[in-house]
Design a protein. Structure first.
Lengths: 742, 154
């Protein structure tokens, strides 16, 4: 997803023109920057205070705080990005530690409280999404580390009566080489904090890449020991004194409301309470199991809703009608596509579609909320504590400075935890019973009441010239709009186009002189939202499958066909393609019975190429044996993280490609739990090989870009194996027959 | 109704409905929060504990039906010293980490039952789901755990 933050990238540090340290005899050195003057932000200026996590010095100085060096040398880095498995607590800390010349073993990470002191970008809210964390914070983190290092060096030089230039920082110490003197960071904090502000450099000297000791090296995650110990890290593990538990039951049809609430509420067993909220009822009890059992035994009646009478078939028909429209908003127009198509030597036409998809993070949605007379306290694993605060304030009219959000670790996010439905429900329940409430969704509620990856349908046409190269490509896509619902992220464009619908489709990298890309918004009543890799999750399937069709129509090798169309203008793509071709030995035929498919896609600033090697048995059983991944994500921090995210992206995308679909019957979601909304099982895990193409370019994201190419890589391999072109997903909806040689 | 259990070596009595799944007794009555709720249908394995040393999915098991000693991730070791935990750290297996308690418990039960497991034994024992896709690293972690378990070192 692209938010204002990304549009405004890179972050302009000069807005934070004034660095300030604080006198700190007890707290050590707390380092931060003044915020830009912004009335909107002043209104929440004291939010962090209530959370008791910020030193009083920092509060007084109204800094946005980044790190704290304690007298014992322990360095605490406050990370205002959510850790949901993607490794940001480790990688963001690596950037600060690098410039600081810190001893890595002394680094601790804490999720930043939700105050403005911990905002990186100066936007009204920040979100962990869009594969943006490293991209939007690298520069800031680097400067913070360098400034802290400069201050510690200056403090040591002052103490020793030598020039700062004659000292340097190394592994948690400041060293004066000439005299052999050495002082730990911890013992220098008080002196460093007392340095006059005007001696602190605004633009400190940064390390060159050749000087890096941490960045670019594989580092183990800082959170692994806690995650294998059973420690209560997640939102679902929060315990608050006097807390009660809540289970939720939504209207089975989207947009329905409970019509017999009063009757149900009256008949509740002793010690339990029923609460009504938008589109759902909530049971509160002294244990979650009781709450869930009680609510499961009720017979609620529901009004009609937005999807009443709808099914997957009616929605598909709507999408097809819309995609066939002649006057849909135009995203890209180049040359004269109609004319070029009319005179093309070879013409291709195809309709592709993909279904709604659920996120299903392993940790079911949950939130603990306590509505108190003087404000609201919330504990939640959220992808945006600042947006949560904003939305809660808007909904409850409680000012933001009276709302405290504690961000926990997230048991998976994938876009699902960018919302706040569970937060609002916990607040409603807490208000009703006057106690803190931990509200947990069952897996069934999660599968049936997600905001889904939009189902889309696209009609594509292409013409090839005498030389087999494309002279025209057109695409008309239709789907529900994410941005229409998520107006806080910018809403639908003035041109009537939702950017998320067309990302990865409207900006074709393949050379083609005549193009026409259109997009229509179709309201289906089904809630939609950001799903790992968003629009690219479907558009890479459309584009890369269709390119494969063109390559076969042109009787060319799919790798070389793509390469030829990228060679002139996109050298980074060519390098990625060449790398994945080399890794997979593309030009050497696979073992008998094995077949390969290739795909490449750019998303979130990174280019990923994937080759899948598969087999299909005579009775149609598909096995994905191996996946090769080449990724160019520009400058990178932790190669271990990149490999893990590529592996994870492949698995996430493969789960969707093989079996992922949310279908509707009578306005209701048909799937309900992991048996029919299933993910890849361990026995299905292909071997995944990842290679980083080190371009040294601006950093790109890694959380999402591994996802888009896997579906087309597999379906292109299926075409190579069976001659069957799959134009809809999931693959499980198709009957495959035994592989044949290409 | 009072239910008596032996959990992580200690005898405990809890007052719950006998049909309450063991998972919720562990989490809400005993404060053992390392065992996770994932699906409630025994499909994902996030709730894996040991009952008499055997990997058991606790989300479907009524507390009244538990016969024998229960071990949770908290009871595996107090300092991450169990071979499976050491192996998980060595392999740096987790991403979000939510399923990993269950994964570690599945591995620990395997090590007990089959100290020298074949690849097929590993496949049969390690069936818990992971949405982050850490299966490759989990496989490596199990192989490391087998070695640590045998030699007491990596």
């Amino acid at each position: 997803m692209k938010t204002d933050q990304e549009k405004n990238n890179p972050v302009v540090l000069s807005r934070r023109s004034f660095v300030q340290s604080t006198a700190a005899t007890v707290a050590g050195l707390v380092l931060g920057f003044h915020l830009p003057a912004n009335p909107m932000r002043r209104s929440e200026a004291f939010a962090a205070e209530a959370e008791g996590k910020v030193s009083s010095e920092a509060k007084e100085a109204k800094l946005n705080t980044w790190l704290r060096i304690a007298p014992d040398g322990v360095i605490t880095i406050y990370v205002a990005r959510s850790e949901m498995g993607q490794g940001v607590f480790t990688s963001m800390s690596m950037i600060i530690a690098e410039e600081l010349e810190a001893d890595w073993s002394k680094i601790r990470v804490e999720p930043a409280p939700s105050g403005p002191e911990f905002n990186y970008t100066g936007q009204p809210f920040e979100i962990t999404g869009g594969s943006m964390s490293i991209r939007t914070t690298w520069d800031i983190l680097q400067r913070i580390g360098a400034i802290a290092r400069h201050m510690l060096v200056a403090a040591a030089a002052q103490k020793w009566g030598v020039t700062p230039e004659s000292c340097h920082a190394e592994q948690g110490f400041v060293v004066h080489k000439a005299s052999g003197r050495k002082a730990g960071f911890g013992e220098l904090t008080a002196a460093a904090a007392a340095l006059p502000v005007d001696t602190i450099p605004k633009e400190p000297k940064l390390k060159t890449r050749a000087e890096y000791k941490l960045i670019g090296k594989p580092m183990k995650r800082l959170d692994t020991p806690a995650k294998v110990s059973g420690k209560p890290l997640f939102g679902i593990d929060v315990v608050v004194p006097d807390m009660v538990y809540a289970a939720v039951r939504h209207s089975p049809v989207f947009g329905g409301e409970c019509s017999n609430f009063a009757e149900l509420a009256k008949a509740m067993p002793a010690g339990t309470t029923l609460v009504k909220t938008t589109g759902a009822i909530i049971a509160v009890a002294d244990s979650w199991w009781t709450a869930k059992t009680v609510i499961g035994g009720l017979e609620p009646k529901w009004t009609k809703g937005a999807t009443t009478g709808q099914s997957s078939e009616t929605i598909e028909k709507k999408l097809r009608t819309a995609a066939s429209g002649k006057k849909n908003p135009v995203a890209t127009k180049k040359g004269e596509p109609d004319k070029a198509l009319a005179t093309a030597k070879t013409k291709l036409e195809a309709e592709y579609s993909t279904p709604f998809l659920a996120h299903t993070p392993m940790e079911p949605l949950n939130c603990t909320a306590h509505v108190k007379p003087d404000g609201i306290e919330i504990w939640v694993g959220t992808q945006s504590h600042t947006l949560t605060k904003l939305l809660v304030s808007n909904a409850t009219k409680v000012p933001q400075d009276k709302i405290v959000v504690h961000t926990t670790y997230l048991g998976g996010g994938f876009g699902r935890r960018a919302g706040s439905d569970e937060v609002m429900q916990a607040i409603v329940a807490s208000k009703a019973v006057g106690k803190p409430v931990k509200l947990i969704w069952s897996r069934e509620e999660d599968v049936q009441h997600d905001f889904y990856r939009p189902a889309t349908l696209v009609k594509m046409k292409a013409g090839l010239g005498e030389d087999g190269l494309p002279v025209a490509i057109t695409a008309s896509i239709a789907g529900p709009s994410i941005m229409k619902r998520w107006t806080v992220f910018g809403g639908v464009g003035k041109d009537g186009i939702d950017m998320t619908t067309i990302e990865g489709l409207a900006d074709l990298k393949y050379e083609c002189p005549n193009q026409h890309i259109q997009a229509a918004i179709v309201d289906t009543g089904v809630p939609v939202g950001f799903w790992r890799s968003v629009g690219s999750s479907h558009n890479a399937f459309y584009v890369e499958s269709f390119m494969d069709e063109l390559a076969h129509a042109a009787k060319q090798d799919p790798y070389k066909f793509r390469r030829a169309l990228l060679e002139k203008s996109h050298p980074r793509f060519v390098k990625v393609l060449d790398t994945v071709a080399r890794m997979s030995k593309w030009e050497t035929p696979p073992a008998e019975g094995r077949f390969r498919g290739i795909a490449i896609a750019e998303s979130f600033g990174s280019i990923v190429g994937e080759v899948a090697e598969i087999s299909v048995t005579a009775d149609g059983r598909l096995t994905v044996h191996k996946v090769w991944v080449a990724v160019d994500c520009g400058r990178y921090v932790n190669p271990d993280t990149i490999v893990a995210q590529m592996e994870g992206g492949v698995v996430y995308g493969l789960s969707a490609a093989l079996r992922g679909q949310i279908t509707l019957r009578n306005g209701r979601v048909e799937q309900s739990n992991f048996h029919d909304a299933s993910m890849l099982a361990p026995y299905e895990m292909p071997e995944v090989a990842v290679e980083i193409v080190d371009s040294g370019e601006a950093p790109g994201g890694v959380g999402e870009p591994g996802v888009p190419p896997i579906a087309p890589a597999v379906t292109n391999a299926i075409f190579a194996a069976t001659g069957k072109r799959l134009r809809t997903l999931p693959i499980s909806n198709h009957k495959l027959t035994g592989g044949k040689p290409t | 109704m009072a239910q008596t259990l032996k959990v992580n070596g200690k005898e405990v009595t809890v007052d719950v409905d006998p049909g309450t799944p063991l998972l919720w007794v562990l989490r809400e009555k005993l404060g053992l929060l390392g065992t996770k709720f994932g699906c409630g249908q025994g499909l994902c394995g996030a709730c894996t504990v040991h009952v008499n040393g055997t990997a058991t999915r606790s989300c479907l098991l009524p507390v009244a039906a538990v016969s024998g000693e229960v071990t949770t991730i908290e009871g595996l070791s107090s300092d991450n010293s169990h071979p499976a935990q050491r192996a998980w750290i060595e392999a740096d297996a987790p991403q979000c980490g939510y399923c990993q308690s269950g994964q570690v418990m599945a591995c620990a039960a395997l090590l007990k039952a089959k100290p020298n497991p074949t690849e097929a034994d590993i496949s049969a024992a390690m069936t818990n789901l992971c949405r982050c896709g850490t299966y490759g690293k989990i496989r490596k972690a199990v192989q490391i755990a087998v070695k640590i378990n045998a030699k007491g070192e990596v």
